[in-house]
Write a protein that binds this ligand. Structure first.
Ligand SMILES: NC(=O)c1ccc[n+]([C@@H]2O[C@H](COP(=O)([O-])OP(=O)(O)OC[C@H]3O[C@@H](n4cnc5c(N)ncnc54)[C@H](O)[C@@H]3O)[C@@H](O)[C@H]2O)c1
Ligand SMILES: O=c1ccn([C@@H]2O[C@H](COP(=O)(O)OP(=O)(O)O[C@H]3O[C@H](CO)[C@@H](O)[C@H](O)[C@H]3O)[C@@H](O)[C@H]2O)c(=O)[nH]1
Length: 447
């Protein structure tokens, strides 16, 4: 089949690459000329494991191409996917400007009936608008637009796996034939398909993200309590996760969730509820806990040192999660700004996100290109992103390279035993502090 994809961010590019991998002929349309030129040469504009070879293979096979021209892109397409961004607007609602523009361009470009598939995360009811926006622009009133809601669930950093082995494909359609067409496009993946109405499909996306965000905030509250009560949140999460009704995933305590989806989608869902005169109380708490969690590392450092003014801090990890260079809503930005406001000197290292971080972080942050170098001579270390490179690190390096061997691990990537064996002072989330050695008569603060 022939598919067009409007918008080649994470979701659009993956949709295009995966559909071409399945043997379909795909043309991706983006208004960003620079991006299109890059992708034409086989270079993905994002850091995502496994993407480049798959993209190159399908480009070379002639199944995948890129354009800025909607007429070229929409010509003869059996389905046109919309995958443009829906960022947060100033009121916390989803900004539908790019979706509207894409719809208008599609409406003007098509020369027959058209099936439009919405992959972008859009508030419930938006697909009705999408249909109207396209119909309004159609050059011939006998043409008809059918819309299908097909929300995306991939995670950045594991997008190839998530696309090929998705837990489910949601197809929300009022028009049976349009829904069948989308199901046929995905058929070679042999994934569980859930057919539903359009509004329920739109809601499934928001409800899923909100639920996962809630799980993270829940375990972070358990972590707060565990610290105060002498329990170990990792043990608690492991025990809870064994209950199949709860499940072990998304119970990783840390410094809160970030990224381009959870923060904006929880706000948008709250906004939708508010518009219906309903107050989504649980989500208020989820957000509050997440904000609080982004301050815990700095609070721990202040408890430990009294003041961080003039101290040298190494921040390990800048992207909002590992295996991506995406800095959108990254907790690192909040944390680094807190440190700078308190007078600390910040050096940071990230395996992939330094280039993007440079445009976002204050120029006083020293971006270092090597892990060991970033540790050198610092007073303490904040571990902010759980990159595999940090998990593999010999923890003794914290002792060897920093002044006092003190690590604040915001992602609990090391066990207490590893910290003990490395002989470092180890602060983590929801677990007891590990000190190198307790000498009789000394308190942790004067060790
Ligand atoms: N990033 C994720 O992991 C993820 C996962 C699931 C769902 N989503 C949702 O998918 C949507 C896209 O997210 P993203 O992160 O891929 O976005 P993005 O911001 O990374 O990319 C959007 C792309 O659309 C292009 N664009 C803007 N206006 C356009 C137009 N009129 N025509 C063609 N192209 C246009 C931009 O140039 C950009 O390349 C959002 O609604 C998001 O909530 C994202
Ligand atoms: O147990 C956990 C799991 C995640 N996180 C954090 O939560 C954020 C989001 O992580 P993740 O969900 O893995 O990445 P995203 O790429 O943001 O993916 C989410 O958002 C996408 C966009 O809507 C959806 O498609 C995915 O299904 C959904 O998982 C990151 O900051 C993580 O560090 C935790 O703190 N604890």
């Amino acid at each position: 089949m022939k598919a067009a994809v409007a918008g080649t961010g994470y979701v659009g590019l993956f949709t295009g690459v995966i559909l071409s991998e399945l043997g379909h002929s795909v043309i991706c349309i983006d208004t960003d000329r620079g991006k299109v030129a890059l992708m034409d040469m086989g270079q993905p504009p994002i850091h995502e494991p496994g993407l480049a070879p798959m993209m190159k293979k399908n480009l070379e096979a002639g199944r995948l191409c890129f354009t800025t021209d909607y007429e070229e892109g929409c010509k003869g397409a059996d389905a046109i996917f919309i995958a443009v961004g829906t960022p947060e607007d100033k009121n916390g609602r989803a900004d539908l400007r790019f979706v509207r523009e894409a719809c208008m361009s599609i409406g003007r470009a098509v020369t027959s009936d058209v099936t439009v598939v919405t992959k972008s995360t859009v508030p419930v009811g938006t697909n009705d608008l999408i249909k109207d926006w396209i119909n309004f622009e159609l050059r011939d009133s006998s043409f008809e637009a059918s819309v299908v809601s097909n929300p995306e669930f991939l995670r950045q950093g594991s997008a190839v796996h998530d696309s090929l082995y998705a837990d489910r494909v949601i197809i929300g359609a009022d028009d049976q034939n349009a829904g069948d067409l989308v199901e046929a496009l995905y058929f070679p993946l042999n994934l569980p398909v859930i057919r539903t109405d359009i509004r329920s499909a739109e809601m499934i996306k928001y409800a899923s993200n909100a639920f996962l965000a809630m799980k993270i905030s829940f375990i972070n509250e358990i972590a707060q309590l565990s610290e105060r009560i002498g329990a170990d949140v990792e043990e608690v999460a492991a025990g809870m996760g064994k209950d199949e009704r709860i499940g072990s995933r998304f119970l990783q305590a840390g410094i809160g969730y970030g990224g381009s989806c959870f923060p904006k989608d929880t706000k948008a869902l709250k906004g939708m509820a508010g518009d219906m005169g309903y107050s989504f109380k649980l989500l208020d708490a989820v957000e509050q806990v997440n904000m609080q969690q982004q301050t815990v590392l700095v609070e721990k450092a202040l408890n430990r040192f009294g003041s961080v003014d003039g101290l040298r801090v190494t921040v390990l990890g800048l992207s909002f999660k590992p295996n991506t260079d995406d800095m959108r809503e990254a907790p690192s930005v909040v944390i680094i700004n807190q440190l700078l406001a308190l007078g600390a000197h910040v050096s940071a290292y990230d395996p992939a996100a330094a280039a993007k971080a440079k445009n976002i972080l204050p120029s006083s942050v020293r971006l270092v290109h090597e892990l060991e170098l970033s540790l050198y001579n610092s007073d303490f270390v904040f571990l902010v992103t759980d990159w595999a490179e940090f998990k593999r690190m010999d923890l003794r390096k914290v002792k060897w390279y920093t002044k006092q061997g003190i690590l604040f691990d915001g992602r609990n990537i090391f066990s207490s035993e590893e910290a003990r064996q490395a002989g470092i002072e180890y602060h983590s989330i929801g677990r007891p502090v590990i000190y190198p050695q307790i000498v009789r008569g000394q308190t942790p603060h004067n060790l």
